[in-house]
Design a protein around this ligand. Structure first.
Ligand code: CA
Length: 368
């Protein structure tokens, strides 16, 4: 037997032998019989029969079945024999050489197929010289407030109120989840139809240059995701010009397949951005790793370890001015994870499924 898929479970096996006629006999199926059963019926040494699997007390015309599941654990060879209390088996049973192919012995297998799992995406290793300087693997049971602050807030372009409640931001099962909900909530003196979450490292961790990575599962599929917009991005502590978007993952039929990489000088907007469409799959089909390497004179973006885009002084005249870090202009950028609901790329519609989860397996920062 070779056809069982990896991960098959609940395997059952039925040995079926065809008898040309009914007769009285007790038959017992056994397995792992050793010794040959060939020849004319007079053995020099009879096969050694194994333990009983299943017994039938009468033979009927047509197929007779024995449950041999306990002998079948997976692919590979298993030998079965049937021990019979009366009569000569050769007279009544169809053999594997029978010209009637529909009467040959057969082993009928049924099983539960493994549930399909998305291709796991490896977490890429950083190149030479990068040293891990900060990370959160989200292994605990609560947001680590030494590293992050969950905000209670709102912004004009977000249709949701941002709350720090566990309903919107929580750590469990090795991940941070930011959950957008459909619920009326009041913030800034107005009631909004959604809530969401937002965490940042302002005042807790900020960096000049580095390799910034998050492993993320977006909630956004081809349908039912319009208006959902997870993002991992960075802003300078001084609140001035400059934004680095490691990834933005807006939902909706027009956007769900792509991850957007971007840098902003200002919000006039002077910006460069690039929408990377996955060669197979999409950001919502499982966890994917999004990385930005910010170094003097160059910023590179990666998805699942593959470089997708880079900016240098040649492509972007304002790169050094905005992201340079000479001694007189040493700027530190902090990390942000937010899950905007609605805005420039469309509001949720009737098909948008809420609650929706923006799940982050880890955030890691290296420097060199
Ligand atoms: Ca984790």
């Amino acid at each position: 037997m070779a056809g069982l898929p990896a991960g098959a479970s609940n395997i059952t096996a039925r040995l079926e032998l065809y008898s040309w006629t009914a007769f009285a006999s007790t038959t017992t199926a056994v397995h792992q019989a050793s010794g040959g059963a060939g020849g004319a019926g007079t053995w020099a040494s009879k096969p050694t029969l194994g333990a009983a699997l299943d017994t039938s007390t009468a033979v009927t015309a047509g197929y007779n079945a024995w449950n041999v599941s306990s002998a079948v654990k997976g692919n590979g060879a298993v030998t079965f024999a049937v021990r019979q209390s009366t009569r000569n088996t050769r007279v009544y049973w169809a053999s594997k050489e029978s010209t009637n192919t529909a009467a040959r012995p057969r082993l009928v297998i049924s099983y539960t197929a493994p549930s399909p799992t998305p291709t796991p995406t490896p977490t890429p290793s950083p190149g030479p010289g990068w040293r891990l300087v900060w990370s959160d693997e989200f292994d605990g049971t609560a947001l680590n407030t030494a590293k992050w602050r969950a905000r209670d807030s709102y912004v004009d372009y977000d249709r949701a109120c941002i709350t720090s409640r566990a309903k919107n931001v929580f750590v469990a099962n090795g991940s941070l989840t930011i959950r957008a909900q459909k619920e009326n909530y009041t913030c800034g003196g107005a009631t909004r139809p959604y809530t969401t979450g937002y965490v940042d490292t302002i005042g807790k961790a900020s960096f000049t240059y580095g390799r910034f990575e998050a492993r993320i599962k977006s909630p956004n599929g081809p349908a039912n995701s319009r208006g959902l917009w997870p993002a991992f991005w960075m802003r300078p502590d001084d609140g001035g010009n400059g934004e680095i978007d490691v990834t933005e993952l807006p939902g909706g039929a027009s956007y769900y397949k792509a991850a957007t990489a971007a840098i902003f000088r200002d919000y006039k907007p002077t910006k460069n951005d690039f929408r990377y469409t996955f060669p197979t799959g999409h950001p919502g089909d499982g966890f994917h790793t999004y990385t930005t390497e910010w170094e003097p004179g160059v910023i590179r973006w990666y998805v699942d370890g593959r470089e997708i885009w880079r900016r240098t002084g040649d492509t972007t005249s304002w790169l050094e001015e905005t992201f340079g870090a000479d001694d007189t202009y040493k700027r530190k950028f902090h990390l942000r994870l937010n899950f905007q609901v609605g805005g420039w790329l469309g509001d949720p519609d009737a098909a948008t499924v809420l609650p929706a989860d923006f799940v982050v397996d880890h955030v890691r920062v290296w420097q060199r």
